[in-house]
Design a protein around this ligand. Structure first.
Ligand code: 2AM
Ligand code: CA
Length: 256
């Protein structure tokens, strides 16, 4: 199938989802916890995921789907198309700030990643693209970010990395110009894609990093599971996305 056919539909669904999410700010959210008190799900996470899944089933009846809140097909089950969905990424920010959250979709064809989408809901900016397509913010093509060294830029991180000093994170943080924590993997990936930060490291599920990985690699950034395992199995792991130069330094510190 031509990627443009899939692309046109996904963009339409995502901007429609954005309208539904913005409209929900005027309603009372139904909020529940999942794995811990900081891991939230709302009626909107479930509604948007169902909205995406219903459209996928209708347009691509044979596609397999992995969604954060419901369906959990595996990549190896897919004959042709495989969709990875995070309806609302940064649910805590969605609830507490109504800002700094994203909606994300990644598409695999014949087991290969082909398209990634991260929609910054508040700013109405869709970061999208894929292999041999390039990466765009809405209609503008993004340039590859500068290959900054760890010393010369800001590093995004998930809080447990710092609290538990995972993988010598405190030493990594001291080497960087500073550490930033935005609370949404999607927003963090956008910051790395646009060169606002030189990297991001956090323990993530497949739906948190699938879209960002496709876009980051297309821009020459390096995406790695920090324990050295294969990242393409789409399981939960500590993921590092960064400039090539910062990746080398961070691995040096981890393996010292
Ligand atoms: P989510 O909002 O889609 O759950 C926040 O630190 C970032 O990490 C968010 O992108 C969040 O995605 C993700 N995350 C992954 N696992 C998480 C967990 N167990 N609890 C809270 N956030 C988690
Ligand atoms: Ca989510």
């Amino acid at each position: 199938m031509e990627w443009q056919v899939i692309d046109e539909k996904i963009k339409r669904w995502m901007f429609e989802a954005r309208e539904m999410i913005l409209a929900s700010f005027d309603t009372k959210l139904d909020i529940n916890t999942k794995s811990n008190r900081n891991d939230l799900v709302t009626n909107m996470d479930k509604k948007i995921e169902k909205f995406y899944i219903d459209h996928i089933h209708e347009s691509f009846p044979d596609a397999k789907i992995m969604g954060e809140e419901s369906e959990k097909d595996a990549l190896q089950d897919a004959d042709e198309l495989f969709f990875v969905i995070d309806p609302i990424d940064g649910t805590m920010n969605f609830v507490k700030q109504q800002d700094n959250f994203a909606s994300m979709i990644a598409v695999y064809q014949n087991h290969q990643p082909i398209l990634g989408y991260i929609l910054d809901i508040r700013n109405n900016k869709l970061y999208w693209g894929g292999k041999a397509i390039g990466v765009y913010c809405n209609f503008k093509r993004l340039k590859a970010p500068q290959n900054l060294t760890l010393r010369d830029g800001l590093l995004g991180a998930g809080l447990p990395m710092i609290l538990n000093d995972e993988y010598h994170f405190q030493e990594i943080a001291r080497e960087a110009s500073g550490v930033r924590m935005y609370g949404s993997a999607g927003i963090e990936f956008i910051n790395v894609l646009t060169g606002k930060t030189l990297g991001y490291v956090s323990r993530l599920h497949a739906w948190d990093y699938a879209a960002g990985k496709i876009l980051a690699e297309e821009l020459g950034l390096v995406v790695q599971a920090i324990d050295g395992t294969d990242i393409d199995v789409l399981s939960s792991k500590v993921v590092l996305v960064s400039t090539r130069s910062a990746n080398e330094k961070i691995n040096q510190i981890i393996n010292a």
